[in-house]
Design a protein around this ligand. Structure first.
Ligand code: NAI
Length: 245
């Protein structure tokens, strides 16, 4: 039986890059996003990760279709509609960001952690489930024009630590991948700004990251190459995280 992977927010961008690579490498991949349909993939199930009903329906779909989940990739996330200084940030934007990036991610982890534990207890053969959360370099970097995004991703980093801690007894590794500046629709609106920062050397590796850069890191986790690591954050960011003088 193929290993089964679920990638949230996989209609485009980083999520699609991850899902496509996992599929190419032999995983049965469930693509999932907020839209009702997605062309060109064998398995698709709509799920707005902020909806308990959608999350449950997604779990049911996976149970009925495969009876197992080997790899959960919590990739779905949103940016601020408008970047506002933290002296001006609205409650509406704060709630929106926290609802998707933090609360949605938390309850996806909770639901599928319980499902993975149940699959383990069922005694599935060759079953070594894993969870990956896609957070951001914003989980530790201050950007005062989008504080609510930073807070939401810092929360997602803590979610990784919490579930890594809790799921240790079940031997389920939970890892965090922190993308740097990645070329997607999300960053298209600030493309010129980042072109300039990259050219000026904000990252030691002077290029945009691509979805496939993140996908390769997820694949390494999915293939079990990092199985003695849990609660670990992997920076896939061209060296952005290095403090420099
Ligand atoms: P994107 O905006 O191109 O794609 C995000 C996908 O998530 C979309 O298909 C969207 O429909 C889906 N989505 C949004 N809300 C959802 C919800 N409530 N339920 C289910 N799906 C939902 O963004 P991108 O760039 O591909 O980002 C993917 C992840 O990587 C996000 O979590 C983002 O915060 C993170 N990230 C992106 C960086 C970048 O430079 N592009 C840098 C660091 C982190």
């Amino acid at each position: 039986m193929k290993q089964v992977a679920l990638v949230t927010g996989s209609a485009r961008g980083i999520g699609k890059g991850i899902a496509d690579l996992l599929q190419e490498k032999g995983f049965a991949v469930v693509y999932s996003d907020v839209q009702s349909e997605l062309e060109g993939c064998a398995y698709y199930k709509k799920c707005d990760i902020t909806s308990a009903q959608d999350r449950e329906a997604l779990k049911q779909y996976i149970e009925e279709t495969f009876g197992r989940l080997d790899l959960l990739v919590n990739n779905a996330g949103i940016a601020c509609k408008t970047r506002l200084d933290i002296l001006e940030t609205t409650e509406e934007s704060f709630d929106r960001l926290l609802s998707v990036n933090t609360k949605g991610t938390f309850f996806m982890c909770q639901l599928f952690a319980n499902y993975m534990i149940a699959c383990k207890k069922r005694g599935l053969k060759d079953y070594t489930p894993r969870i990956v959360n896609i957070t951001s370099n914003s989980s530790y970097t201050s950007s005062t024009s989008r504080g609510e995004y930073c807070i939401s991703k810092a929360g997602a980093a803590m979610i990784t630590s919490l579930f890594a801690d809790r799921l240790g007894e079940y031997e389920i590794p939970v890892l965090e991948i922190r993308p740097g500046i990645i070329k997607t629709d999300m960053t298209a609106v600030v493309s010129e700004k980042y072109d300039k920062l990259i050219a000026e050397g904000i990252t030691p590796l002077k290029r945009w990251g691509q979805p496939c850069d993140i996908a390769k890191a997820v694949l390494a986790v999915g293939e079990g190459l990092l199985d003695f690591s849990t609660g670990t954050a992997i920076n896939v960011d061209g060296g952005f995280h290095i403090k420099r003088l």
